[in-house]
Design a binder for this molecule. Structure first.
Ligand code: FAD
Length: 229
């Protein structure tokens, strides 16, 4: 199924669902999108910006994925995301200089249940392509291949090679009760143990939200602003 970016760029829709055996309701999200890298690069940026962004993206892609992008960059894509991962990342300062970038370790794919859920979502989306409405559209699965889907190990390898992030980093400075030693700010966003310091951003979320983080960050800002009225 090939898309014309002049007609389809920017069209996408998402579905929330619960992975089999998951204790978290609606922990998965799949985004079906015609907003391919090709369309994004071509229609929203200058030529130089396109080249720079293309290079930056390729730096973090596996060779397999770069080749797939070259071969089928205008194909419809379906992302599969675990929105309530078990994995917990870390962020560490690398020096006392605030301008030095910290070291962030996501620990993606290290948790067996996260990998299981990704496999579940990938297989579910693949079965969607087999459905009558998609068949009528002439949909054909390009990637992952039958070999990639054959075993759990092969699918895990595929996930490793195609992994991207939704940039929903949060909860490094969690809000919570004093009884929880892992929390940093109280319910008024005040940093515990310090005076006159509040933190208001995605870092205070007690845990990551299931949906995109931006609106919740804005909500936190609006709420905290009211503390000063
Ligand atoms: C590429 C990308 C795509 C995303 N897409 C989506 C999306 O489609 N939908 C969605 O909901 N979310 C999306 N997100 C996530 C969302 O943007 C973030 O979760 C959200 O912006 C976080 O808000 P924040 O206030 O915590 O931090 P930020 O938005 O990062 O705000 C931090 C601010 O602090 C400023 N700052 C930093 N250091 C200093 C300093 N020393 N002094 C003064 N100011 C400083 C920065 O300039 C910045 O303005 C995306 C994120 C990325 C990176």
């Amino acid at each position: 199924m090939t898309l014309d970016p002049t007609k389809h760029a920017g069209h996408h829709c998402g579905i929330h669902y619960t992975a089999e055996g998951s204790p978290h309701k609606s922990d998965m999200f799949s985004l079906l999108t015609a907003n391919t890298h090709y369309a994004m690069l071509t229609y929203k940026m200058s030529l130089l910006q396109q080249a720079m962004m293309g290079l930056r993206m390729m730096r973090v892609m596996s060779v397999k994925r770069v080749l797939e992008e070259a071969r089928a960059s205008r194909a419809l894509s379906i992302g599969v995301a675990v929105m309530k991962p078990n994995a917990r990342g870390t962020i560490e300062l690398t020096s006392a200089n605030p301008h030095d970038k910290p070291h962030i370790q996501y620990h993606y794919l290290e948790d067996p249940f996260d990998r299981q859920r990704l496999r579940y979502g990938t297989r579910l989306m693949s079965s969607l392509l087999e459905s009558e409405p998609f068949r009528k559209l002439g949909a054909e699965q390009i990637s992952p291949t039958k070999e990639d889907m054959a075993t759990d190990a092969a699918l895990d390898k595929y996930a490793q090679e195609h992994l991207v992030t939704y940039f929903h980093m949060s909860s490094t400075c969690r809000m919570g009760p004093d009884s929880d030693p892992t929390t940093v700010v109280d319910q008024y966003c005040r940093v515990k143990g310090l005076e006159n310091l509040r933190v208001v951003d995605t870092s205070i979320f007690p845990e990551v939200v299931r949906r995109c983080t931006n609106a919740t960050a804005v909500m936190a800002g609006e709420r905290a602003a009211a503390f000063f009225d």
